[in-house]
Design a protein around this ligand. Sequence first.
Ligand code: BGC
Length: 737
Amino acid sequence: MRKIWKYSLVLVSACLLNSCASKTEKEMASTSKISVNIDARIDSILPLLTLEEKVDLCHAQSKFSTKGVERLGIPEIWMSDGPHGVRAEISWDSWDYAGWTNDSITAFPALTCLAATFNPELAGEYGFNLGEEARYREKDVLLGPGVNMYRTPFNGRNFEYMGEDPFLASTMVVPYIKGVQENGVAACVKHFALNNQEHWRDLVNVEVSDRALHEIYLPAFKAAVQDADVWAIMGAYNKFRGQYTTHHELLTNKILKGDWKFDGVVISDWSSTHSTLEAANNGLDIEMGTGTDGLGTTTANHYQHYYLANPFLEKIKSGAISEAVLNDKVRRVLRLRLRTNMNEGRPLGRANNVEHHEVARKVATEGIVLLKNEANFFPIEDQSGLTITVIGENATRSMTAGGGSSELKPKFEISPLEGIKARYKKAKVLHTMGYETGASEYDIVHAPTLNQDSLKAEAIKLAKAADVVLFVGGLNKSHLQDCEGDDRQQFGLPFGQETLIDDISKANENLGFILLTGNAVAMPWLDKVKGLVESWYLGSMAGHAIADVISGDVNPSGKLPFSFPKQLKDNGAHSFGETSYPGVDMTQHYKEDILVGYRWHDTKNIAPQYAFGYGLSYTSFELKNMTSDKENYSKDANIKINCTVSNTGDLAGAEVVQVYVGKKDSKVDRALKELKGFAKVSLNKGERKSIDVEIPVSKLAFYNADTANWEIETGDYEVYVGNASNNISETLKITIN
Ligand code: BGC
């Protein structure tokens, strides 16, 4: 499908080379290969383009591509979702899959899992390996990662994001992006901005304070732009202060392109563009996915009717929009090409190779979070004579299928049951579904079918016959679960799982729960299970990774990237009722303001079920002797925090040292404490290490809405070190002068 105009590309290169008058031919040839002066090349291409050709660069020509300029050898741009693997080929004109047989890939774990590793180096490996797959599939832009903040456990897309803390998300997103882009493939960070729920996502208007915007919702995007030099960013569907975010005067023009000096392209979400004038003037560079009257049903080239197609051209011709506006967009889309498919030096990529599968497995095992381990329920040793009964539909269900645009077509996907069976060779492993997901929640409670009754009866029978029962349940990737397009509608587990767990525990109390979700869920059943692991959606190697952890081959070290409230109203966004979530009359007010996630639990003294940063290990750690290099710091200094971490248990393992900072006597409202640094440390049994965490004082600033600037308050601050937001080992005081 992709057209390659090799011959003309050479012509463009040659014509550009001729413009570098003083260099030798050899020097020029090598320059043209990799380290091209991108701006000079843009300058020389721009005058060669007609007005029509320039406009054509700013909108889609198919579902996932934009036109090139054939006569000049400027290639098309090809994009693909994102963010956990490269999506299967979609048809030219519709959302149907194209039915290719050579587009299967490696499915990497969901971004919640990646965030739970608290391991930025691994995020870099994830990005690089995923970028290789995108390159192999001849994609120029990978539509991911997502860094919208986890505000409510109802958001159907939380699994595609990196949790509730801006510092964690920023720290993890930067290496991911750099890794992808090393392959000459652009990452496209999304969805900019405030797309924190799926319910009414196309229409909802978000009202949020400047402070919360800058302190909570924008930092990960800012890090993507300023620390990772991301080449593309995707607008969102929702409105902010009455204007669509995809072409937003404040967000796109002033903040992104103005303050942050973003030099890449702003791509619309698919169908998030609403006006030619706003799109043109408020910084949208490429319009994708807008439905048109003719979409898929006529042979007319309906892409020409996009807001940034003919209507844009007409407005430029009539003088309503200046050509300079168009030229800025064209410079950006040419820059995107020079960084990707016009960079002749970019590597070739590869897919489905063993190394990629191993990275997927490593992220999965490091991201799994051990939440409960009564009487050392886990790890479970493989022994002959042992019977393990696995109950639950999630033990066999594909979790790479569904979920919306992040759906993948992996070459293989090891289910939890397959992984457990492959690891437990001596034990006998039985499986039964236990519940059925086809039935509605109402049916399960009010009119249980014969099928549900018999599934439950079978589960109880097999539970009784087992030494150990593993319930593999949670949510899935269907509509109204962890899925794009709408939000969850209940905090509890669906499909009758809560009562089923109750019944199983009565039949066999040696019960562990392998929970597969991208979101927090209510846990009224918690005292019925002895062991609990949060296993997210783990991609191709899911089952092997789960088996690695529950068998003890890998000692768990994942930490929750978001809080699990005990009840829904304990979550900040939900505590204010409908005006805050999901909104009233299509407008919502983020009333919890900066107190998102653990900031809310901490500050309001509402104990979560499981806190941000929490996660157990099969060994134990001690964090001690926190010191700072000084007591007083100037505003441009770096605070160096040191502490010792000891592995006090019997196994090698890894701990995440978390450093939070708070200011009790602040002149503005603040969270009790905020994550400002962390370090993941591997320790052998009995080993002790001295750990440094550096925090620039500038990172302690708050956003002053009155001056529209960041401000560092002088005075005393509290520094906390711990291994969870609610498990602080030591506190010390520092002063900023
Ligand atoms: C999603 C984006 C996705 C795009 C293309 C939209 O519906 O919101 O995240 O990249 O579709 O599939």
